[in-house]
Design a protein around this ligand. Structure first.
Ligand SMILES: NC(=O)c1ccc[n+]([C@@H]2O[C@H](COP(=O)([O-])OP(=O)(O)OC[C@H]3O[C@@H](n4cnc5c(N)ncnc54)[C@H](O)[C@@H]3O)[C@@H](O)[C@H]2O)c1
Length: 265
């Protein structure tokens, strides 16, 4: 018997990286999974892999920053699978830069994809979960949301917002049987990070920062997400679970995005 047997789960950003690994793991644990991504081919790829492995999944194209898309995502999930138990709001984006370097468009885009998405996910998922008597919402934050990193300031601000939005949602909806938690990953080897790691300075900074001496794997975040999604974590809510390989310094993610020394930016 899997940890998520008979549960219906939405995973956003599931066409790649942490979301793809989590969607696959949720399905192995018995959930019917709605694989959400803005990139249709990538969503389809993950959903097909789940179905080929004997699991239940459908792909859905959604821009998580868009109100209409997010309303449709939850409504179509309920129509397709009869309800909603788990929402993993994981899709996110990073644009590097200090406040002087970032454009207003950069700021608005990152805040919309990383924070408005979590608000919209909660807004539409909570009523659907209440119909089932409860549920679990998991939001992907970052260690960048716990430290005042330079180099990617809107990303750091957005992930701090995700952490406190998570806590506030948990407070509001405990009485509805809905738990809300965040995960704060360290540096995880997903496609965008692998691209940044081609810079030897970025790689060195990141390997040195994680006590375990390597970067994390998407499956290691999926393991945390499964636990938070399942009844195994039934007394955990409003938490920001750090999964960072024993990070020793402040978050390297900003430096990863722009590893030049600060005075040379
Ligand atoms: N990889 C890391 O080191 C790391 C560390 C901390 C936090 N995170 C967070 O983990 C989450 C997943 O990141 P990842 O590293 O797996 O990246 P990824 O690029 O591999 O996956 C992100 C997916 O989100 C999708 N996406 C982007 N914008 C979207 C939108 N508006 N609507 C719907 N889908 C959208 C992309 O198409 C992509 O498939 C993000 O929230 C990221 O900020 C990653």
């Amino acid at each position: 018997m899997g940890l998520l047997e008979n549960k219906v789960a939405i995973v956003t950003g599931a066409g790649s990286g942490i979301g793809a690994a989590s969607a696959q793991r949720f399905a192995v644990e018995g959930a019917a999974v709605v694989v959400v991504d803005i990139r249709e081919a990538k969503a389809q790829e993950t959903a097909s892999a789940i179905v080929e492995a004997g699991g239940h999944a459908v792909a859905m194209v959604v821009d998580v920053a868009d109100e209409g898309d997010m309303r449709r995502m939850v409504a179509d999930t309920v129509t397709e699978f009869g309800g909603l138990d788990v929402l993993f709001s994981n899709a996110g984006t990073l644009r590097p830069g200090s406040v002087t370097e970032l454009s207003v468009e950069d700021w608005d885009h990152v805040m919309a994809v990383n924070v408005r998405s979590v608000f919209l996910g909660g807004k539409f998922a909570v009523p659907a979960m209440m119909e089932r008597g409860g549920g679990s919402i998991i939001n992907t934050a970052s260690i960048s949301g716990l430290h005042g990193d330079g180099g990617a300031v809107v990303y750091a601000a957005s992930k701090a917002a995700v952490i406190n939005l998570t806590r506030a949602m948990a407070t509001d909806h405990s009485a509805d049987g809905i738990r809300v938690n965040a995960i704060c990953p360290g540096t995880i080897e997903t496609p965008p990070v692998q691209r940044m790691m081609q810079d030897p300075v970025a790689l060195e900074v990141n390997l040195a920062a994680h006590s375990i001496g390597r970067l994390g794997r998407p499956e290691e975040i999926a393991n945390a997400a499964v636990w938070l999604a399942s009844d195994q974590s039934s007394f955990v809510t409003g938490e920001a679970l750090v999964v960072d390989g024993g990070l020793r310094s402040r978050s390297p993610l900003g430096r990863l995005a722009d590893p030049r020394p600060v005075h040379k930016r």
